[in-house]
Write a protein that binds this ligand. Structure first.
Ligand code: ADP
Length: 470
């Protein structure tokens, strides 16, 4: 009643059993009370024991349940992330197949979807890049120009087969300085590295009998920073050859025209200076002027014909032509020239010769030119034999003489314009040096071919083949 609670720990014995007892004051609305508790210690212990066991087992169950739940929860979150991680590794190794399965619509599902989209985009981009790369590689491998790429240090990083081919090497791993020195180009890495954007530097080099033009250019990265140098090797041998031929042609035409013009001028001047008084001299000089004018006419005629052939302005009068008869007519026409030189000119027809589709006048011009050459370049008393025959789909005429022949080194050039083995002899015989080149153009326009074989001192054989079916 003094307001002090009892001692909770104090035990009291009663009938040989221990009890907890405890008193506690309590103020309620209807007055002050004292609550008194008494409890059997044994029963209390059993209760406590039960209670503890219950709490323990509940705790165990709770822990196990928590662990299981935690495991299941962690699995649902980590498995897709681990899967994405594995897939990311595969993608990094270039395996883009089989996208990840989207199992939920939550953030993990969204992540999986985004990952799949990223992998697909990456794959598409890689396919595009690799097909671009393949395209560039194919172009580089099959282009006729040579390409060598050097990095900024001047080390070679790429060379295409054409470049090796042009340089005449099986393998070429020159760095920039060695490449420049070896072909005496006199260009340094620094000099080329300071080239302005898009500008190029050119150098012409000679490798054996070929002429190569080397263009240098810089290649840059996306930020326009120089990454290296590209050397493009362009074979200009053919261009040079054409240029040389063009120059030679102009020189030849001028020379060929100047010679008769000089003699016409000098003979005319001599006549004007008084030689006209002497009739005999006048006739002789005038006949020289006449023949020189004839030579100029022939030359100009040949040049005009060549120009028409070159510009494809030739009017071809194609018709059915009896080939054997045409050749025999030509032989007849030139029989007189051969006889004048006491040469034996014969023709033989081997087998049945079919008609061909051709321009009669032009083919006649070809045969007469070759036959005329055979007569011109065969000594008096020589022999010229003409064979007319056919193979599977061609007719041919072979004109063989036992004349002066053509040296081996000149054989490949006699079809060139103005090419003559012996200039003086040809001119003396009235030749322009254009006959065979015109003949070849005409034969090739008929889809035929012309070939020559010869041995100096033994004779020459020229064969013209023309297709039977045009
Ligand atoms: P040309 O008007 O000088 O005869 P061509 O073009 O007809 O010109 O012939 C070119 C050159 O080929 C001749 O100058 C000659 O040196 C040589 N040639 C052609 N045919 C013969 C042949 N049958 N025998 C020897 N040389 C020949």
């Amino acid at each position: 009643m003094a307001g002090k609670p009892g001692d909770k720990k104090q035990l009291m014995s009663f009938n040989g059993r221990d009890f907890f007892d405890y008193a506690r004051p309590l103020k309620l609305a209807d007055g002050d009370f004292i609550m008194y508790f008494r409890y059997d210690q044994k029963e209390w212990f059993t209760l406590i024991d039960h209670f503890s066991r219950f709490i323990l087992s509940s705790l165990m169950v709770a822990i196990i349940a928590a662990l299981m739940l935690g495991y299941v929860l962690s699995k649902t979150i980590t498995t897709p992330i681990v899967n994405i991680m594995h897939k990311a590794r595969k993608v990094a190794d270039g395996d883009f197949d089989q996208p990840l399965e989207v199992k939920s619509e939550d953030e993990i599902g969204e992540l999986t979807k985004t990952f799949n989209y990223m992998a697909a985009t990456l794959k598409r981009n890689l396919v595009e890049i690799s097909s671009e790369k393949n395209k560039v590689e194919t172009i580089l491998n099959y282009m006729t120009d040579g390409i060598i790429a050097f990095n900024q240090k001047g080390e070679q990083i790429h060379i295409n087969p054409s470049a090796c081919n042009i340089l005449g090497l099986d393998e070429c791993d020159y760095d920039f300085e060695t490449f420049s020195k070896k072909y005496d180009m006199g260009v340094t890495l620094e000099e080329v590295s300071y080239l302005q954007d898009l500008s190029t530097k050119e150098k012409d080099i000679a490798i054996g009998d070929r002429f190569i033009r080397v263009y240098f250019a810089l290649f840059t990265d996306e930020e326009k920073k120089t990454e290296g140098i590209i050397a493009v090797l362009h074979d200009i041998t053919e261009q040079q050859k054409l240029e040389r031929m063009r120059r030679e042609f102009v020189a030849n035409v001028s020379h060929e025209l100047r010679t008769p013009l000089t003699s016409i001028k000098s003979y005319a001047e001599t006549l004007l200076d008084g030689a006209m008084e002497d009739r005999e001299t006048s006739v002789r000089f005038l006949s020289v002027i006449d023949s020189e004018a004839d030579r100029m006419t022939r030359l100009v005629k040949d040049l005009l014909q060549l120009s028409r052939l070159d510009n494809q302005q030739m009017q071809w009068n194609m018709e059915e032509v009896h080939f054997a008869e045409l050749v025999k007519n030509c032989v007849e026409k030139l029989q007189i020239n051969a006889r004048n030189k006491e040469q034996q000119l014969e023709s033989f027809v081997i087998g049945d010769i079919p008609d061909i589709k051709a321009d009669r006048d032009r083919i006649e011009q070809v045969v007469i030119n070759i036959l005329g050459n055979a007569i011109k370049y065969t000594q008096a008393g020589g022999r010229i034999t003409v064979y007319i025959g056919r193979t599977y789909n061609h007719v041919y005429v072979k004109i063989a003489d036992n004349g002066i022949g053509i040296p081996k080194e000149d054989l490949s050039r006699i079809f060139e314009r103005f090419y003559r083995v012996d200039k003086a002899r040809s001119r003396e015989m009235g030749g322009t040096g254009l006959g065979l080149s015109i003949a070849r153009e005409i034969v090739e326009a008929h889809n035929g071919s012309i070939s020559v074989s010869s041995e100096v001192g033994k004779g020459t054989e020229v064969t013209v083949r023309l297709p039977i079916n045009g």
